[in-house]
Write a protein that binds this ligand. Structure first.
Ligand SMILES: [Zn+2]
Length: 310
């Protein structure tokens, strides 16, 4: 198998294997500039395989590790940023991320905060399986950023105009990248072609991640005209970004309306009244925790008047 797939002129996707049995791979991208250097988006999981796969792709493109000019991470999760420190070590390239993501990384260094399962109304006998999956610390490897990015920044990629869009929701400092000349949008986990990304997965947030996410969908959707390709962090590249953003927006609003129809009670009671793919009874451990935390977010969204504002 070729070590990369060329998506557009000078833009190559690399499948990085993902340990853990969830999604099979993440997508890293190597973007050429007009000085024969490469700019890497999302190096992937903190594994030897990620680093060797990336370096093999760099080699197959006729470049050396020192030709990698920068490493941009869309967000802090291990399957995107996990290999950043190791790739920096191998190439000498600086790691760039959104300033808010660097803050989030600091805040959750010792692990994500444990939700108050009692306040959520989780029956006592179900708490151990949830506590077992909340205590996992954020996997190492993201490393400290060498430079911070902000919304509207244009990356230093000679010959291209690649703009940073701050798209919080999945995590507080998630970013997308818009290559304006090439009609490409790197969407990270903000928009995937078929998977609905979880929200609020980057530690504490004073704003509601669903409200943040919907605002980001509007901005990214506006970029998704005809001829625009979306380059996501998983699955495959796709067209129809505007439609996908509209579909995701509707998915969350539908969920919020369903939650609004079950007011009062606890998060557990609300969650158990909602429709779940595969059924509520099948949820356990991580999938149950995720169902409860997404329900808690939707309740908060509804309570803050999110449905009226949307
Ligand atoms: Zn991911």
């Amino acid at each position: 198998m070729a070590p990369f797939e060329t998506i557009a002129d000078g833009v190559h996707a690399v499948r990085i294997p993902m340990p853990g049995g969830g999604l099979p791979f993440s997508l890293a991208y190597l973007v050429e500039d007009d000085r024969s250097r490469l700019h890497l988006v999302d190096p992937g999981s903190p594994t030897e395989a990620a680093v060797s796969t990336l370096l093999a792709a760099v080699d197959a493109l006729g470049r050396a590790p020192r030709d990698v000019a920068a490493i941009v991470v869309t967000h802090l999760h291990a399957d995107h940023a996990g290999a950043a420190a190791a790739v920096r070590e191998a190439t000498g390239a600086p790691v760039l991320m959104h300033a808010r993501e660097a803050e989030a990384l600091n805040a959750i260094e010792d692990g994500l905060p444990v939700p108050d399962l009692q306040a959520w109304g989780v029956p006592e006998e179900r708490r151990p399986e949830l506590l077992a999956v909340t205590s996992a610390p954020v996997p190492p490897g993201a490393g400290r950023p060498d430079a911070l990015l902000a919304d509207g920044d244009v990356l230093d990629i000679p010959g291209r105009s690649v703009r940073v869009l701050w798209t919080p929701g999945h995590t507080p400092g998630h970013l997308c990248l818009h290559d304006q000349g090439a009609d490409l949008v790197f969407t990270g986990d903000h928009v995937l072609p078929t998977v609905n990304s979880g929200l609020g997965l980057g530690g504490p947030s004073v704003t509601n991640p669903i409200a943040d996410y919907l605002a980001g969908l509007t901005r990214v959707g506006e970029l998704g005209g005809p001829g625009v390709q979306a380059l996501p962090g998983h699955e495959r590249t796709f067209c129809g970004l505007a439609e996908r953003c509209a579909g995701l927006r509707e998915h969350h609003l539908r969920r919020a309306r369903e939650v609004a129809a079950h007011p009062g009670g606890t998060v557990w009671e609300t969650a158990s009244a909602l429709t779940w793919t595969g059924g509520w009874d099948a949820l356990a451990g991580f999938t149950l925790l995720s169902a409860l935390s997404q329900t808690a977010l939707h309740r908060d969204f509804v309570e803050r008047g999110g449905l009226e504002a949307a």
